[in-house]
Design a protein around this ligand. Structure first.
Ligand SMILES: C[S@@+](CC[C@H](N)C(=O)[O-])C[C@H]1O[C@@H](n2cnc3c(N)ncnc32)[C@H](O)[C@@H]1O
Length: 283
């Protein structure tokens, strides 16, 4: 890759306007929307009526427009989160190489199982109903739960949805035999709290099965991961590509018993360096 090209990409990504654009989606402040509406109204009045509108009318109308704009931008955000994002994850989250690794990891689950961030429920058919007594399916996104519910009904699993985030697992200490996480540790905002929670709910000798993507060991890929991190966060609801998954798991109180790593073909390298294996809580 040409040095000039990389410098141009770096320069572009470091521009304030681009960074603002890529910040995790936030609604525009209502005051900004109202102020823009006020300027627009005054311009129209000056052009068509050739005199300014009375201040009270401008305040009232721009206030209403600001509130409506805020409502519209909130609706657009929740439409993306609840409708578009689940669709993207369902459509892109399980190409063949990833499906093959899921098939190696998920069937190890047994007993009382907790899966965090189940998404559209792509792992459900991979659990062995003869080994899994109960599956707690934790997922805070309503749109995902709707899809996962349909998927769950096609299995023989005893399934219960938990709609809290992974940072607040609503289960007692040492009550779970296996915790499963696939492509979720990249997205959970409070990932350190979530890992500690996973260690808390696992019984001694229980297993944490993981299949996650994160920080590559290759310097050139890492640079691209740092460059593209804001894009991933923006498009995939806070997904990080630079999280050091084994470090996060170990710092959360686990010993990694086995782990494989590799790039998953079909995705750009910066988003496809994966870690999969099993860890046990340290006593
Ligand atoms: C990339 S998707 C992965 C979905 C699924 N595990 C899979 O393997 O396809 C990330 C999932 O994490 C969920 N998630 C986001 N924030 C979360 C949180 N704080 N706790 C638990 N799950 C969360 C998202 O709603 C989404 O379903």
């Amino acid at each position: 890759m040409g040095r000039g090209f990389l410098q141009t990409v770096d320069a572009l990504l470091s521009r304030r306007r681009v960074q603002l654009l890529l910040k995790p989606r936030k609604t525009l402040p209502q005051s900004l929307l109202s102020a823009s509406a006020a300027v627009f109204l005054n311009r129209c009045a000056a052009s068509f009526a050739k005199r300014p509108l009375p201040l009270e009318s401008v305040r009232a109308i721009s206030g209403m427009i600001g509130a409506a704009g805020l409502q519209a931008s909130r609706s657009a955000m929740s439409f993306y989160r609840d409708r578009v994002y689940p669709h993207i994850v369902a459509a892109m989250g399980n190409p063949e190489p990833i499906q093959k690794i899921r098939q190696q990891v998920v069937p190890h689950a047994q007993g009382i199982v907790l899966e965090i961030g189940v998404g559209p429920g792509v792992n459900f058919p991979l659990y062995d109903p003869a080994k899994v007594k109960k599956l707690y399916a934790l997922e805070p996104n309503r749109g995902m739960v709707q899809r996962a519910d349909i998927q769950g009904r096609r299995t023989k699993l005893d399934l219960e949805f938990l709609d809290l985030p992974g940072e607040k697992i609503p289960l007692p200490d040492a009550s779970v035999d296996t915790v499963v996480s696939t492509f979720t540790l990249c997205t959970i905002p409070g990932v350190a709290d979530a890992i500690r929670g996973i260690a808390r709910v696992l019984r001694p000798g229980g297993q944490f099965l993981f299949f996650e993507h994160g920080l590559s060991p290759d310097i050139s890929v890492r640079r691209w991961q740092q460059r593209t991190e804001p894009l991933f966060q923006w498009a995939f609801e806070g997904c990080h590509v630079t999280r050091n998954i084994p470090e996060i798991v170990q710092q959360g109180g686990f010993r990694i018993e086995r782990m494989d790593t590799g790039y998953m073909a079909g995705f750009p390298k910066c988003g496809s360096y994966c870690f999969w294996g099993a860890a046990t809580p340290q006593t």
